[in-house]
Design a protein around this ligand. Structure first.
Ligand SMILES: O=C(O)CCC(=O)C(=O)O
Ligand SMILES: [Fe+2]
Length: 339
């Protein structure tokens, strides 16, 4: 049985058409929008250190599959531009924020698709799990309603429909070489309001504990995410992933994660210290997707979007339907469901 994701990849012979593909609009290795010193990047404990910041490199969706795989083997992620139809992503964003509107998340009179924050106490809008237990508001009707609505969004028709977006599947089939793919039903849809807690440092396998580490995560931003809005940021020390953690770090990660919401650290600055460590950031446009290995260490910056837009994203995980995978993940996520 495969012991890591890339071992499950099947090499399919290239078609003549694929062999003749040329690289168009591919900025891999060239993306450098600005000196990180020009950006307002914030951690939970003050500014990020510009020297720790570099950029995630984009891949054009029609890049030959061999090149995409090489990049994935080296980087542990591939950041695919414009894979999904923009309209479909924005439709999900609009409907999510319409669904959430009764919780006072949005600025009065704003268009739901913009997702402009109401500027209420950010602690009302923490995701369920450890962060909410530690920092959430108690006995607050709006906060309780937020929780209820964000949980029910995971089963709302607009979201389930979004998860079936066709364009993801042929890409994964080609990239991984899997003949049949299954999306794990346990998915997460998360909104991060400006100035609230960031996504702590983690790797997804921590949440899929005791499962074979053979799922491919698709992190899908639901809407544009500006450079300062704290989209997914990944830890890169060439080829570094959680497989390289010390035994002590691994044990500690698993211990902390006996309940949902465990993580490696809330302190992205101190975690990023170390000679070769860098945090890779980028801006995202609706339709972009990052595919990553379950051992990729990642986090986010605080959302400092200049327009006060809420960052919305979903995590979808895929497996080869013809290999054994953990059936515990074939049910809809519920906070504190013990999984
Ligand atoms: O949307 C985010 O900030 C990241 C969420 C994430 O990485 C996860 O749920 O595994
Ligand atoms: Fe993650």
């Amino acid at each position: 049985m495969a012991t890591n994701l890339t071992e499950t990849f099947v090499h399919l012979p290239q078609t003549a058409e694929e062999q003749n593909q040329v690289l168009l609009n591919d900025d891999y290795g060239k993306y450098y929008p600005t000196d990180p010193r020009n950006l307002n990047l914030q951690s939970n404990f003050g500014p990020m250190i510009p020297e720790q910041i570099a950029y995630l490199q984009p891949t054009a969706k029609d890049t030959p599959v061999e090149i995409i795989r090489d990049r994935f083997l080296r980087d542990i992620y591939v950041f695919v531009k414009a894979l999904l139809p923009k309209d479909r992503v924005l439709d999900c964003r609009r409907r999510y924020f319409s669904h959430m509107a009764p919780s006072s998340l949005l600025k009065d009179g704003s268009d739901p698709v913009d997702g402009i924050f109401s500027e209420k106490d950010t602690r009302k809008f923490l995701p369920p799990g450890n962060l909410r237990r530690l920092f959430g508001l108690q006995n607050d009707a709006e906060s309780d309603q937020y929780l209820e609505l964000m949980i029910s969004a995971h089963e709302a028709p607009f979201y389930l429909d979004f998860c079936t977006t066709e364009e993801l599947r042929p890409f994964i089939r080609k990239f991984a070489g899997w003949r049949d793919i299954t999306m794990l039903q346990r998915t997460m849809l998360r909104a991060f309001v400006p100035d609230s807690e960031l996504t702590p440092v983690h790797f997804d396998q921590m949440y899929l504990r005791a499962s074979p580490p053979i799922s491919l995560t698709a992190w899908v931003p639901v809407g544009d995410v500006s450079l300062e809005a704290g989209g997914l940021m990944t830890e890169a020390e060439f080829g570094r992933n959680a497989g390289d953690l010390t035994d002590e770090e691994r044990v500690s990660a698993f211990n902390k994660n006996m309940n949902d919401g465990g993580f490696l650290s809330r302190d992205t600055v101190s975690y990023g210290k170390g000679e070769d460590r860098r945090w890779l950031i980028t801006e995202y446009e609706a339709g972009d997707v990052i595919f990553h290995d379950p051992f990729l260490v990642h986090a986010s910056c605080k959302n400092k979007d200049p327009e006060r837009r809420i960052r919305l994203a979903t995590d979808l995980r895929f497996v080869d339907a013809n290999q054994a995978y953990d059936q515990r993940w074939m049910k809809v996520w519920r906070p504190l469901d013990g999984l």
